[in-house]
Design a protein. Structure first.
Length: 106
């Protein structure tokens, strides 16, 4: 089995940083990824990204909305039930590495 993803895009918002009950930092953000198309009005896809531990600390210190980055990681899917008994499912990229890819200003 092979689960690897690499994305080039721009930070859609500043990373949201939280900590687990054990104090492990977790950062979440959406990555705006443009799909190649002849249609110039083609909107980007907004891909949810999650970073753990040192990668989350890196995100909180160095990444902000609009920055162009490369994310490497794997696709993960989670299911959960909320307090009202409603089932949810989300698919996201769990990062292994993050690289700067350009300037924050266009």
């Amino acid at each position: 089995m092979y689960n690897h993803v690499g994305l080039l895009g721009r930070m859609a918002q500043n990373p949201e940083i939280r900590h687990t009950t054990d104090g492990v930092p977790v950062a979440r953000f959406d990555l705006a990824v443009q799909t190649p198309s002849k249609n110039k009005d083609n909107p980007p896809d907004f891909i949810p990204v999650v970073c753990w531990d040192k990668a989350a600390e890196f995100c909180s210190k160095y990444l902000s909305k609009g920055q162009q980055i490369v994310v490497e990681g794997r696709i993960t899917a989670r299911k959960w039930t909320d307090e009202e008994g409603k089932n949810h499912k989300t698919v996201e990229v769990r990062t292994n590495r993050i690289f700067f890819a350009g300037e924050a200003d266009r």
